[in-house]
Design a protein around this ligand. Sequence first.
Ligand SMILES: CC(C)(COP(=O)(O)OP(=O)(O)OC[C@H]1O[C@@H](n2cnc3c(N)ncnc32)[C@H](O)[C@@H]1OP(=O)(O)O)[C@@H](O)C(=O)NCCC(=O)NCCS
Length: 164
Amino acid sequence: MTVLEAARLRLRPMTDDDLGQMSALLGDSQVMRYYPAPKTRVEAQRWIDWNKRNYAEHGFGLWIMEDHHGNFIGDCGLTIQHVDGTAEVEVGYHVVTAHQGKGYATEAAQECLRFAADSGIERVIAIIDPANAPSQRVAEKAGLHLEKKATRNGREQLIFAITL
Ligand SMILES: CC(C)(COP(=O)(O)OP(=O)(O)OC[C@H]1O[C@@H](n2cnc3c(N)ncnc32)[C@H](O)[C@@H]1OP(=O)(O)O)[C@@H](O)C(=O)NCCC(=O)NCCS
């Protein structure tokens, strides 16, 4: 089932069958270099379970990003995150190293913002490590602007935001 479709890719719900590719993505130390640690296979399954709950509870979550031939590109989507005590809708993205730098995250993030606007969501943020230049660039290309700094899990993060 396709949730969103863009020129070069589509977003569809994550299922348990995606565990192999998701654990390779989230277990890659390059992809996870701004996270506390790469995820184990068990943690990748929890990630899938979390997103299945997100679809049921909110009608959105992180979706599988694939090209129109079905090749796995990564994940991208919307989740609820708490910043400074406020629940916010965040756009997030992870792209396999072989496909980084091709504009996929930007294309997917733009589709997610369109989905958010169509769903009546008025504000979307991105929580980004100050050293994560590619992610900041994606946020800016999708129309988000640096709004403030916030501390999450003991780490200083940049909060990018867009009003829809
Ligand atoms: C962030 C990420 C999803 C971007 O995916 P992508 O498909 O490569 O993104 P795009 O190709 O759409 O855009 C990347 C932009 O970052 C720029 N970029 C890449 N490396 C950069 C660097 N070291 N410094 C500055 N800009 C950089 C690219 O040039 C491009 O911008 P441009 O179009 O103006 O040239 C990908 O790098 C990734 O998966 N990183 C690891 C996971 C992660 O950090 N996720 C975000 C958590 S907040």
